[in-house]
Design a protein around this ligand. Structure first.
Ligand code: AHR
Length: 498
């Protein structure tokens, strides 16, 4: 690399310039009854790699490293025609059903109780979605009764009879899924959904006032009703719900990597638009209540778009193979959630195993895809508060306009007197010299890990470590400024202590 061709980037921080505490639930995941996510993914009875409950141990080990605080379940589009009662009780009595969403056969071998046990095994908390497509609000309330009420009422006693004496205490509840979409079972206009969601939320919170509910926002920024749907739902439900959902899947269908690597700017825009909407509805309601964003589906997804399972059990669907540029886009989603820590309180990587996932299974083992790594590095490094960051950077020309060559976030945690800084270097040609100054503290770099590869490099069964973290050299000047050279393209996650 020719020095004359280097980008020069300056980053300035002050550890008192804080956005908000980071809610660790932005590191959530999502498991849907879809393709091989559940069956052959997390649940594979009979496999030598599974325990006696059928839980794949290698999958659990890989996901444990990601320390997801919440996992959303059971869908997704699947939930909108799902009868939760099919998935509890004696296995032999559970019906096989056609799954409307993915044209697959659902055996119901894995259901609510198995999911709760799996969450326990993983060390995460369930985030349940209820069916507000074909299901009634009363059915949703009965699922809360099944999960959260002590023994002594009809539906809670079913749980006890099924071998689970103690309530599960599920705190987070999604009021349906993508109900703005014509593809969704039971899709209705915004006002009808809002009325349904309000009744459901009231019934569910009536049974267990400790729960929090998430209303469906728009399923995509490109929906014609984007933000109008959301405004209708919020105006109707404001005081009775706690979060509104946002979803986004990114893609590089026209192979324009420069523009693709600007995705973080679009995610920032979406969150900013929701921030404006929340402020507007709160103001016209003259309410003290706050609603936050639950970005409960995000990822790259554009190659394996067919959702037709051919009425098979566990068909191979949405098994996207990820490359390094996809990983850099995923890093930028997490950056955006951190940067807007005052608005985004929950986010779920969609999904976790086999289906648009960081982990792929095979009868003999697992593969960690490229997108596993930005999540793993940030999950490990981030704690405390998100900081405001001042960045001076050259720009790259892209389809959405000129964007900075780097995307930078930082956090600081007073309890450990340390913090982290993550930088995505978007340019694919020129390396960047980066100087970082922390105005109010002298710090020591305790670790610095970089992900760097050709944008089209993927991990594969033959070459499983093509994309993975390596250490990056840093230097500290006499005045305390940190210097490093970032290869193009890359992500670096640097940790420091004071
Ligand atoms: O994650 C795959 C699908 O994407 C989900 O089922 C749906 O909610 C979204 O459209």
């Amino acid at each position: 690399m020719n020095d004359e061709a280097l980008h020069l980037v300056e980053v300035d921080l002050h550890t008192e310039h804080r956005v908000a505490p980071v809610d660790e639930r932005i590191f959530g995941g999502f498991l849907e009854h879809l393709g091989r996510a559940v069956y052959e993914g997390v649940f594979d009875p009979g496999s030598p790699l599974s325990d006696d409950r059928g839980f794949r141990q290698d999958v659990l080990d890989a996901l444990r490293q990601l320390r997801m605080p919440v996992v959303r379940y059971p869908g997704g589009n699947f939930v909108s025609a799902y009868r939760w009662g099919d998935g509890v009780g004696p296995i032999a009595e559970r019906p096989r059903r056609p799954d409307f969403a993915w044209h697959s056969i659902e055996t119901n071998r894995f259901g609510t109780d198995e999911f709760m046990a799996w969450c326990d095994a993983l060390g995460t908390r369930p985030m349940m979605a209820v069916n507000l497509g074909t299901g009634r609000p009363a059915d949703a309330a009965e699922l809360v009764e099944y999960c959260n009420l002590p023994a002594g009422t009809g539906v809670a006693d079913q749980r006890v009879d099924n071998g689970h004496a103690e309530p599960y205490g599920v705190r987070l509840w999604c009021l349906g899924n993508e109900m703005d979409g014509s593809w969704q079972a039971g899709h209705v206009p915004a006002q009808t959904y809002a009325e349904r969601a309000l009744v459901a939320s009231a019934l569910m919170k009536g049974l267990d006032p400790s729960i929090e509910t998430i209303a469906c926002g728009s399923s995509h920024k490109l929906m014609p009703t984007y933000l109008v749907w959301d405004r209708t739902v919020l105006e109707h439900c404001w005081d009775r719900v706690d979060y509104l959902s946002a979803h986004r899947y990114s893609g590089n269908g026209d192979d324009d990597t420069a523009s693709y690597l600007a995705e973080g700017v679009v995610v920032d825009e979406i969150i900013t638009e929701y921030r404006g909407l929340f402020d507007y509805v709160r103001a016209i309601k003259r309410s003290r209540h706050r609603v936050y964003l639950s970005f409960d589906e995000w990822n790259v997804w554009y190659r394996e778009r067919s959702g037709d399972g051919g009425w098979q059990e566990a068909p191979h669907l949405l098994e996207e193979v990820y490359n390094f540029e996809d990983a850099l886009v995923c890093a930028q989603y997490l950056h955006a959630f951190l940067r807007h820590a005052d608005v985004v309180k929950i986010a779920c990587l969609a999904q976790i195993v086999n289906v648009i996932a960081p982990v792929l299974t095979h009868p003999d083992g697992i593969l960690l895809q490229s997108i596993y790594w930005p999540f793993a590095l940030l999950r490990d490094a981030v704690s405390g508060d998100a900081l405001r960051v001042a960045v001076r950077s050259p720009e790259l020309s892209t389809r959405i306009g000129d964007v900075p060559v780097v995307d930078v976030v930082a956090t600081f945690d007073e309890t450990i007197e340390g913090g982290c800084l993550s930088i995505v270097h978007r340019d694919t040609h020129r390396d960047a010299d980066v100087i970082i100054r922390i105005a109010d503290r002298r710090v020591t770099v305790t670790s610095s890990q970089v992900l760097h590869a050709h944008p089209k490099t993927s991990n594969s069964w033959d070459d499983p470590h093509a994309v993975g973290p390596q250490s990056l050299a840093t230097a500290t000047d006499d005045d305390g400024a940190i210097r490093m050279r970032l290869p193009a393209p890359s992500q670096v996650v640097l940790r420091f202590a004071t």
